[in-house]
Design a protein around this ligand. Structure first.
Ligand code: NCD
Length: 319
């Protein structure tokens, strides 16, 4: 059997997503009954998940661990792998993965600072690799949970206007979400960023080739921002990825737009405000109590999505 790696957001199609979302919603229901919880604990009992994280993470690492534990798996987990693994002794990622595979885990979750690290890991791995974020490149499971959040709200993925803002050059979550959402009919994008942090040319080219409509807003104009906000169904905001931005560029960057209650006033009543978290100053805390702000619901959906993914990867379901 070939391994079911999760490497990039583009690998999923609509039938797969609908099956995954159906299962995710079933898991949500099962969490709320005691028999459901017992059933879940037996789904992947005694399988083993390795989490190896070379970059900081709170949400994603705990989310995978919690998802695995709720399904009865055992988890072996390392954070700060850049410092506390043999990487500090000069071992390559490929050699580390080869060695980890010898311990026969069911799957390996990998977060790494280099673009394309997950693909390199998959090339040498004998077990499924799940990309939990590689450099500024991809974060496919975040894209799945983001799209699931959108689907739970709108019951469709078609004909939606997404306004995506912040650091679009270095945010792997924005990149992955754009790639996944651009597969759906009638989707339009509004991109908002300082000019230095605009979308990279390869994504722009992909959108143009696929004839996906989009506009880019790069000026710091409140009027323009409010005008576009009033058209959006989904507003997805991201932080400055300081750890990835070269310092000479970081010095030139003007402030990112901050979403405040005044911005919420112009948003549609049916719209949602999303953020992959962690948040800095780009969404003010006063916005949190607005029912359209769903960024503290996204992590729960993320755990459910990762449960459904683990079940699919480890061969318990046919889709
Ligand atoms: C994101 C990431 O690591 O790319 N965090 C997450 O996984 N939810 C977003 C970020 O760090 O800004």
């Amino acid at each position: 059997m070939t391994n079911k790696h999760i490497l990039n957001a583009e690998q999923f199609d609509l039938p797969f997503l609908l099956n995954l979302f159906k299962r995710t919603t079933q898991f949500d229901g099962q969490f709320n009954t005691s028999t459901g919880k017992i059933y879940l604990r037996q789904r992947l009992s005694n399988q083993i998940l390795f989490n190896i994280f070379y970059e900081p993470s709170t949400r994603t690492r705990f989310s995978f661990s919690a998802a695995a534990l709720h399904l009865g798996m055992h988890v072996v987990d390392t954070e700060s792998a850049s410092e506390f693994s043999s990487a500090i002794k000069g071992e390559t990622l490929e050699d580390t993965i080869r060695v980890l595979c010898q311990y026969r885990p069911s799957a390996i979750v990998l977060r790494h600072h280099e673009d394309g690290a997950a693909v390199r890991a998959a090339e040498v791995s004998t077990v499924p690799i799940i990309n939990a974020g590689d450099g500024k490149w991809q974060h496919p499971t975040q894209a799945l949970l983001d799209v699931y959040t959108i689907y739970r709200k709108f019951k469709t993925l078609n004909n939606l206007t997404l306004m995506i803002g912040g650091d679009l050059a270095f945010s792997r979550t924005a990149r992955s979400l754009i790639q996944l959402m651009s597969k759906f009919a009638g989707v339009r994008f509004i991109f908002v960023s300082p000019p230095e942090l605009a979308l990279l040319p390869d994504i722009i080219e992909q959108l143009q080739n696929n004839k996906v409509p989009f506009v880019e807003v790069k000026e710091n104009s409140q009027e323009l921002l409010k005008e576009y906000l009033s058209h959006a169904d989904v507003v997805y905001w991201t932080r400055l990825q300081k750890e990835r931005i070269p310092s000479e560029l970081l010095d030139q960057i003007s402030n990112l737009f901050t979403i405040t209650p005044a911005h919420m006033e112009v948003m549609k009543p049916s719209a949602i405000l999303m953020h992959p978290l962690p948040r800095n100053q780009e969404i003010s805390k006063e916005v949190d109590k607005d029912p359209r702000a769903v960024y503290f619901q996204q992590p729960y959906y993320g755990m459910l999505i990762r449960m459904a993914l683990l079940e699919w990867i480890l061969g318990q379901t046919g889709y």
